[in-house]
Design a protein around this ligand. Structure first.
Ligand code: SF4
Ligand code: SF4
Length: 331
């Protein structure tokens, strides 16, 4: 399966993340899955005329393009010309290259939230008129249009995340290579369901604090970060706490609130990332699938039953009260 990877308006962080894939031999892993990386900006030697010739071969059908991976948002400015980002050596705007290559690719993959929705590059006034491949924020459309379907029958596959997890990219490519990826494998935002059907909250090491609404009050506290520190793990679609990063970490395990980077518009939350917006003392962003009244009732019940150990540890940077030692055998 021939894969071409191009970078557009992003920071390159998704490529850096890819290089942390859980393997000691990345090229061998791709080879074992039948994946031939035609070109990648950080991994390939070809440049200049060689690259342009490859792109022309793909565009004109001389080289089969099975998967077009785009990292970074698509810059449509100024005034729709795309000339804020011209592919060096071609004089042609990147958006025109991407449109032409997407038209001949069997599958198109948006690598990261920039390529999926516009992401960080589209923050605030969005002066470059950045968008995603098939979304403009949370609105279908983007560069290729809401009705775009690649030759293989799927819309753009949004492997969203900022950065995206290397495992999400590799598993998507492996499934495509094995012809095991079908429309039902995509969620309503066209993200692969193998990770988007999970929540970041699943497997978070702070779950006990969440259960008792024992909350962190400042950075480095051990407690749950939902109530005060801006954590959106109960709403964010991703498996970050069950498929760890670099085999051992996640944002919440590192002491930083989940900012829901797999969702469209995460970059403009309307509040500081590390603060929870509240109305009458109740967090505005409540857990997915939970009515507000239930949450309020559960929170007040939980708080009234919080063990001293959990309460004390929640606002400390290390365990200050250890669990009681009891016999666990049934009598
Ligand atoms: S999604 Fe995030 S990490 Fe990836 S290119 Fe965009 S800004 Fe960088
Ligand atoms: S810190 Fe966030 S992800 Fe972890 S338990 Fe609390 S709400 Fe869930």
């Amino acid at each position: 399966m021939n894969v071409l990877w191009l970078q557009s308006g992003g920071c390159g962080g998704c490529s850096m993340s890819l290089l942390c894939a859980d393997t000691a031999d990345f090229p061998a892993m791709l080879k074992s899955g039948g994946i031939d990386l035609l070109w990648h900006p950080s991994l390939s030697l070809a440049s200049g005329r060689e690259l342009v010739a490859l792109l022309e071969d793909c565009r004109d059908g001389r080289t089969r393009l099975d998967v077009l991976c785009i990292e970074g948002s698509l810059l449509r400015g100024p005034n729709g010309t795309g000339r804020f980002h011209v592919l060096a050596g071609t004089g042609v705007p990147m958006i025109d290259w991407v449109s032409a290559l997407a038209a001949v690719a069997t599958h198109v993959v948006a690598v990261g939230s920039c390529a999926a929705w516009g992401g960080i590059t589209a923050t605030g006034p969005n002066i470059t008129d950045a968008c995603g491949l098939q979304y403009d924020g949370d609105r279908p459309g983007g560069l290729l249009g809401a009705d775009f379907v690649a030759r293989g029958g799927l819309p753009v596959i949004n492997v969203a995340g900022c950065p995206t997890h290397p495992g999400w990219v590799v598993d998507t490519l492996m499934a495509l290579a094995a012809k095991l990826f079908v429309a039902d494998d995509l969620d309503p935002l066209n993200r692969p369901r193998f990770y988007a059907d999970q929540l970041v909250h699943h497997g978070c090491t702070r779950n006990e604090y969440y259960e008792f609404k024992a909350s962190a009050e400042k950075p480095s506290d051990l407690g749950c970060m939902m109530e005060n520190m801006g954590c959106k793990g109960t709403q964010a679609h991703a498996d970050c706490n069950t498929r760890l990063w670099n085999g051992e970490g996640s944002c919440t395990r590192g002491g930083y609130a989940c900012i829901s980077c797999t969702e469209p518009g995460f970059q403009d939350p309307g509040h500081a990332f590390h603060q929870t917006p509240k109305l009458a003392g109740i967090p505005i962003g409540l857990p997915t699938d939970m009515p507000k009244a239930w949450f309020v009732a559960l929170a007040s019940l939980s708080k009234s039953a919080t063990p001293k150990r959990v309460k004390s540890n929640a606002t400390a940077d290390h365990v200050v009260v250890a669990p009681a030692v009891r016999k666990t055998r049934l009598k």
